[in-house]
Design a protein around this ligand. Structure first.
Ligand SMILES: [Zn+2]
Ligand SMILES: [Zn+2]
Length: 301
């Protein structure tokens, strides 16, 4: 049997395929999709073995600290590969008294990463991935952490490597760790694009369903019209979602009580009033598109 560490990984999106021969794999469907892109130099491949043996990479664990975590006996740890690889998203390790989950996934994995998650934080009950851009090497992670990986059934076609640990879910929401975490499909970026609600800490993990934009990180006394979030079909190519899809994202999360929102990249954290700021941002963006009488404007946070 082939060692999966020899399977091809797309250098641009970091998604792993169940193939070993680069001459037979000329394209990456994830990067060919109009939401993604292919570099000028063309499609290229690596493997997990090459990444590990290069000695270049390591995963940094960065705790995101604020009062809402400390007083609730919880931890939120950003796991991010340095130097950056592929899309360079982060995974978020959510540690709670009722159990842990890994929200989203990254391509680079090594023994030290697994040791830290198991020994320092007690492992995880599940890996839950927001959408196809972050499928990465999720089967390696699941096997190393001995847990299932949850993937929205709507996006099944984008999962390039399958295995026994994969769980496709059809529901509109799914809870983990006895209700500690609730994953909610909000759609838009992908049909199954999801967010993770963590009620105990008043946090929403938003991935690419919406991005925390630079003006959302520092948002004290900003002038009217300043956004905190954006909602795109393609982030790298800047193709927006239509107003009704943005409105659907708001409707999917409007009943949730959250203060903080954490995006898919390091530093993209919005602290305080995030639920209201999602609606403010949706209104600003839908107005800018020319829809000043859209139903979103009747919503109140
Ligand atoms: Zn790719
Ligand atoms: Zn994405």
């Amino acid at each position: 049997m082939t060692d999966p560490r020899g399977y091809l990984i797309c250098n641009t999106c970091g998604v792993q395929y169940a193939d070993t021969d680069p001459s037979k794999r000329t394209s990456c469907p994830v990067c060919d999709d109009p939401r993604q892109w292919v570099p000028v130099s063309g499609q290229s491949w690596t493997t997990l073995r090459q990444l590990q043996e290069s000695g270049r990479y390591r995963n940094e664990f960065t705790p995101l600290d604020n009062d809402r975590l400390a007083t609730k006996d919880c931890k939120l740890i950003s796991i991010h590969t340095q130097p950056n690889f592929a899309i360079s998203q982060r995974a978020l390790l959510c540690v709670s008294p009722k159990g842990n989950i890994l929200w989203d996934c990254i391509t680079y994995i090594d023994d030290e990463t697994i040791r830290r998650i198991k020994d320092e934080y007690g492992g995880v009950s599940a890996i839950v991935i927001s959408h196809p851009h972050y499928y990465s090497t999720c089967l390696h992670w699941a096997e190393a952490l001995q847990c299932p990986v949850y993937i929205a059934a709507e996006d099944e076609q984008w999962l390039m490597r399958r295995g026994e640990s994969i769980r496709f879910w059809n529901e509109s929401r799914l809870s983990f760790c006895d209700g500690e975490f609730v994953c909610i499909k909000a759609g838009g970026h992908f049909p199954g694009s999801s967010v993770m609600y963590w009620p105990r800490t008043s946090k929403l993990l938003v991935a690419d369903t919406m991005h925390v934009v630079p003006s959302g990180v520092y948002h004290e006394n900003r002038p009217q019209g300043t956004t905190s979030f954006t909602f795109m079909w393609s982030y790298p190519n800047m193709i927006p979602l239509p107003p009704d899809e943005i409105f659907n994202i708001w409707k999917a999360i409007k009943e949730l009580d959250f203060e903080d929102a954490h995006g898919g990249f390091p530093g993209r954290d919005a602290y305080g009033r995030s639920r209201a700021r999602v609606l403010e941002s949706a209104k600003i963006i839908i107005s800018a598109m020319g829809y000043k009488d859209h139903a979103v404007h009747a919503e109140v946070a």
